[in-house]
Design a binder for this molecule. Sequence first.
Ligand code: R5P
Length: 289
Amino acid sequence: MADLDDIRDGQEYGVGVAQKTDGFFLKGSNNLDWGMKDRLSRIFNPATGRTVMLAFDHGFIMGPTSGVERIDLSIMPLIEHADCLMCARGVLRALVPPTSRKPVCLRSDAGTSILTELNHNVVIDIQDAVKLNASAIAVMVSVGDAATEAETVANLYQAVDAGQAYGIPVMGVTAVGKDMARDARYFGLASRLCAENGANIVKTYYTEGFEKVVACCPVPIVIAGGKKLPELEALELAYRAIQSGAAGVDMGRNVFQSEKPAAMIQAVGAVVHQGLKPAEAFQMYNDLK
Ligand code: R5P
């Protein structure tokens, strides 16, 4: 029952004090709705504007490849060091503790595997992403692949429509195929295409001239790590990407295939969030267990 006999007049109106109206810290995201911004703020650290996503969705096309044979044993000890987890829904439900309190960028397209033709995919129902409390959904786009370009762009478009309806950001994942170039021109085109079609985040690959790829993409870019490199080289890759304007990494194999995965993800984190130089981060990697 409301107390109707003790309604006190307000006193503190702050008349003359302008209400603070902040912009949003992420590139291209200021005009998004509250739920979108809330989710993006879970993925990207508002203090640095950057993220370390831990990618372990590889099994959904590759099966139990090196480092993800037993996600409970190899990946779960790493998640405390990640800002965001990127995985497919089966692994999320089966193995990731809901008590981890980590945002999830849900791998949301599925279809063909490495045994056939990649990227003939469909997108999962957005309601499942909602049920899983996904902070973003990730969809592959194979720009330049005649067989799958149109269907994967349509997948992105459909994911963006669904994401808009529920306030869930979409990450466009640029594919690399055997016939696709891997230069700044290609990644610039592919990243821009994702953003123009409504992706809120783009995942692509570092390349020479990456600052141009970042400059002409109106939303934040994170880089995939790609094939396993020696640790110092992987840290150099992360450093160059960040220096070129990337908003973080979405790294898998260079973390979980490392000799010391926990040390590696922490060293990558120091490059991304603290701007450590590669040699300093490598020292950190060597010093950690
Ligand atoms: C890309 O689509 C894959 O699903 C991975 O999530 C991505 O490539 C990042 O992993 P890695 O750093 O191993 O390339």
